[in-house]
Design a protein around this ligand. Structure first.
Ligand code: HEC
Length: 116
């Protein structure tokens, strides 16, 4: 019984360590949303860091230099690009349309801030 308890504790502790090591940073979560065709699917229109979608699309500009953008501007661009750009664009309003939640947009912003 004692040994079993110790084993249980050891397993729990190593589980915690492992989950900490592999826990996704906010930027990593954003990167996944960026490339996931059920979420942001930004990659369908925007090549980034040499990563591109193999197929039709590429409607939007290649994203570079976004680390210099203020976070609020990036958030607004994803929430509602029409308002952010001041004109109609082919980029959909991910926040306004309810496709991405507030926390998902923040994760994508964290990823965009890593792009030089
Ligand atoms: C259907 C295609 C499409 C999708 C999907 C799309 N975009 Fe865009 N995006 C555009 C277009 C087109 C523009 C240029 C808008 C303009 O300047 O009028 C743009 C512009 C941008 C800009 C501003 C770039 C600059 O240099 O001015 C950012 C940032 C951006 N998109 C991020 C994203 C993110 C993040 C996603 C995913 C959540 C996304 N886009 C999904 C088409 C798209």
């Amino acid at each position: 019984m004692k040994v079993a308890n110790k084993l249980l504790i050891a397993t729990a502790v190593s589980g915690l360590l492992v989950s900490n090591v592999f826990a996704d940073s906010l930027a990593d979560q954003g990167k996944k949303i960026y490339s996931n065709n059920k979420q942001g699917n930004c990659i369908a229109c925007h090549a980034v860091n040499g990563q591109t979608l193999d197929g039709p699309g590429s409607l939007g500009p290649v994203l570079t230099g976004l680390s210099y953008w203020p976070e609020e501007e990036l958030y607004k661009m994803i929430y509602n690009p029409y308002e952010s750009k001041g004109h109609i664009t082919a980029m959909p309003a991910f926040g306004k349309n309810g496709w991405l939640s507030d926390s998902e947009i923040k994760a994508v912003v964290a990823f965009l801030k890593t792009i030089n």
